[in-house]
Write a protein that binds this ligand. Structure first.
Ligand code: SF4
Ligand code: MG
Length: 334
């Protein structure tokens, strides 16, 4: 598929003060992340909390200002001069649905007004905005006559998330970022909302960036999957390949914790030890090495760059060497 979004070398280092002396240091929240999403595709992002999943999406929408990196939406770079895309256009084309929480919907606004708001903000007149908002509420399964005048607290969690989806679709975006969008829902409600998302995707020709800590759900919805560890991409590729034959030791450890229905496909790997290391001023070398059962000398010396292994890209010296790419060869030969 043609890429809808291209991200190159995205970086965000947050300044922090640490220790008794309040030493100025940097949290490497997102540290050189590059990926693309094809038109009509769903890219899933997985990784433990703090791996940079949410920061990455905030950087895409410039809700957090990036330190470095290129964001190219449908062929046009953000902040890219005359042929570039403005932030306003980008935010219209790329919308976000967060985990349902008390803060995601204005408690004092009626549902119809909530869905109308982005349209009014985009300059759509009141009647047209009302018509489109009613249509969208209807489309997400909330009859506008029955729900339009209600307030968020009068809805169930699943209904509130439908409102969030309707609002995200108001400006007819092409890419929708779903950041733990179904995570707060009961399993049966979650399945209904996932079905709705799949229908909307097909009907509207949407592209999804789907973030979840639930590896099973990510597998179900994603065409491709990106595995993040401490602000970097460990592995990215087709969902089936990543889940059935993960290469990166971190992906293997993550998936080993998920029981497979097919015992032949169960990933056998020792469970993850401890917590991810502190992302403040990480030492050189592979970020995963303190928890990796395969770490060797080169892993301490060189930060592994992503290398294509078949359809997958993996950032691991061992995997790269096994596949015939010897990124580490110079180091080993020396
Ligand atoms: Fe483990 Fe080394 Fe691969 Fe990192 S580069 S995942 S430490 S084998
Ligand atoms: Mg998050």
């Amino acid at each position: 598929a043609q890429p809808l979004l291209i991200v190159r070398d995205l970086k965000k280092h947050f300044p922090v003060r640490s220790g008794l002396m309040g030493k100025a240091e940097k949290v490497h929240a997102v540290d050189g992340v590059s990926f693309r999403i094809g038109k009509g595709e769903t890219l899933g992002i997985v990784g433990e909390s703090g791996c940079g999943k949410s920061t990455t999406t905030r950087l895409l929408l410039d809700l957090t200002r990036r330190d470095a990196g290129e964001i190219i939406f449908d062929g046009r770079g953000l902040g890219g001069g005359r042929d570039g895309i403005s932030l306003k256009e980008l935010r219209r084309g790329m919308q976000m649905v967060f985990q349902d929480s008390s803060t995601s919907l204005n408690p004092r606004a009626r549902i119809l007004d909530i869905v109308m708001f982005p349209l009014r903000a985009a300059g759509v007149d009141r009647t047209k905005a009302r018509d489109r908002a009613s249509m969208l509420l209807d489309r997400v399964g909330l009859h506008p006559q029955a729900f339009g005048h209600r307030f968020a607290h009068e809805l169930s969690g699943g209904q509130r998330q439908r409102v969030n989806i309707a609002r995200a679709l108001a400006t007819a975006p092409r890419l929708v970022i779903l950041d733990e969008a179904v995570s707060a829902l009961d399993k049966s409600v979650e399945a209904d909302v996932l079905n709705l998302l799949a229908d909307l995707k097909a009907e509207e020709g949407l592209t999804y960036l789907f973030i979840s800590h639930d590896l099973g759900v990510v597998r179900e919805v994603s065409d491709r999957v990106m595995v993040m560890y401490l602000g970097q991409i460990a592995e990215i590729g087709p969902a089936e390949t990543i889940y059935d034959r993960p290469g990166h030791p971190y992906t293997r450890a993550l998936l080993a914790a998920v029981p497979s229905l097919d015992p032949a496909k169960q990933i056998a790997e020792p469970p993850l030890k401890g917590d991810p290391p502190n992302p403040i001023n990480p030492e050189p070398g592979c970020r995963f090495r303190a928890r990796c059962p395969y770490a060797e000398g080169v892993c301490k010396a060189i930060d592994p760059a992503p290398v294509p292994v078949g359809e997958v890209e993996i950032s691991c010296h061992m995997c790269n060497r096994a596949s015939g790419h010897s990124q580490a060869a110079d180091w080993l030969d020396a």
